[in-house]
Design a protein around this ligand. Structure first.
Ligand SMILES: [Zn+2]
Length: 396
């Protein structure tokens, strides 16, 4: 068993570890203070005069005095250390109190939600909007499960979800986080993947988007609105085309023999146009929709991919279901009666909750991990960390 390296740090003498989907690092009995202290150290490095933002995180990113004194030489430069926490497709697995405890433990500067909260689960989306962390979200295909059109007159569940999220719904929008020099730009809302627009009437009525080219243009325009010194994180419900067509590729079709590329062509178009025509820096594209567990027990999906020149990292955060009973109470190791009891108390018993953390330094992705945080009562601790990516540490 290996102990995972401290969050936000690199093991001394470690050299580039490109992509290690098979490298699983399990951390058990890791106290709250162990990972939390790492996050606190990262915060301290940015703002030595400020205490770590516990126990309650502010609604806006805390000031980072250290970062402002760093030399700035381009997009994202001078932003210092930044941690993102990605909440992949929720599918009704969200409890505000429990996820808040887990997030306090992880200490992200920004939380990203990839969509599919439930099937138009307005209450759940409202609960996410109540989360007291800086955040950005996008709605997925399940968030317009029954609503096919957008009406100014009728208050439907899509409108209620959009109203709850307000500016934090980034579909075709750019949301700036100046203190961490990041902007989050949203892809096409309600995407279901593939080469046809999902809910075309809704998209046309709400956003004036009638085809893939128009959609790509809106994503492009939103990204060019980001301040020049910001890096841009693209947040979409589904990833772009062009990242592979095998069953287990990051956007690969897993429900048909032979696979296929189920990415969003408009997102690929927008990214390639931005990279070709503008100086917009896109270190990271985050999405979900295509679940980690493949259909028909076909194994696990690749959750990370790299763009040309490795300038952009693509991250699929759809670890579904994202909540499971704590390891000690794993249903496969307990009796039927214990399991029934556990299911009855599932919402209050110790549960592990999945996130994908992304650590950036000056706008460049340093490390990406899938983490499971065990929340039990008032306690939160790291149960498991799987490092998906680690960057060479030239600056360390
Ligand atoms: Zn979806």
């Amino acid at each position: 068993m290996h102990r995972a390296p401290t969050a936000g740090q690199f093991e001394p003498g470690t050299h580039p570890i490109r992509l290690q989907p098979e490298t699983r690092m399990f951390v058990r009995s890791c106290s709250l203070s162990s990972w939390s202290a790492a996050g606190a150290a990262a915060v301290a490095a940015r703002a030595p005069a400020s205490p770590p933002p516990l126990p309650s995180s502010p609604a806006t990113p805390p000031p980072k005095l250290g970062s402002r004194s760093m030399a700035s030489s381009g997009a994202g430069a001078g932003a210092g250390r930044v941690r993102l926490a990605v909440v992949g497709d929720v599918h009704d697995d969200w409890i505000l109190d429990e996820d808040t405890k887990a997030l306090h433990f992880l200490q992200p500067d920004l939380v990203l939600f990839t969509g599919d909260y439930g099937n138009e689960n307005v209450q759940l989306v409202k609960s996410i909007s109540d989360l007291q962390f800086p955040k950005a979200a996008i709605l997925g295909n399940h968030d317009c499960w029954r609503t096919h059109q957008f009406s100014e007159k009728k208050v439907d569940r899509v409108r209620l979800q959009l109203a709850s999220l307000g500016e934090q719904h980034v579909g075709y929008q750019c949301l700036d986080f100046p203190t961490i020099k990041l902007s989050v730009v949203g892809g096409r809302p309600f995407s279901c993947g593939g080469d046809r627009l999902f809910r075309p009437k809704l998209l046309s009525q709400r956003y004036g988007v009638d085809d893939m080219a128009g959609s790509a243009r809106k994503i492009y325009d939103a990204a060019t609105a980001a301040p020049e010194e910001h890096s841009v994180i693209l947040l979409a419900h589904n990833g772009p085309t062009g990242l592979g067509s095998r069953i287990d590729d990051i956007c690969g079709r897993d429900w048909v023999a032979g696979g296929g590329d189920h990415g969003d062509p408009d997102l690929e178009q927008a990214i390639s146009d931005l990279q070709r025509e503008t100086g917009v820096s896109i270190p990271l594209v985050v999405f979900g929709h295509m679940h980690k567990s493949l259909a028909y027990g076909g194994g696990l999906r690749k959750m990370i991919a790299f763009g040309a020149n490795n300038q952009t990292i693509y991250l699929n955060g759809a670890v579904v279901p994202r909540v499971k009973p704590a390891e000690a109470m794993n249903p496969s190791t307990i009796s039927t009666s214990e399991r029934d009891e556990l299911q009855e108390s599932a919402s209050v018993g110790p549960m592990s909750r999945a996130f994908t953390t992304v650590d950036l330094f000056d706008g460049t992705v340093e490390k990406i991990s899938e983490v499971w945080v065990l929340v039990s009562g008032a306690q939160a601790e790291l149960e498991e960390e799987t490092v998906l990516y680690k960057r060479p540490c030239e600056h360390m």
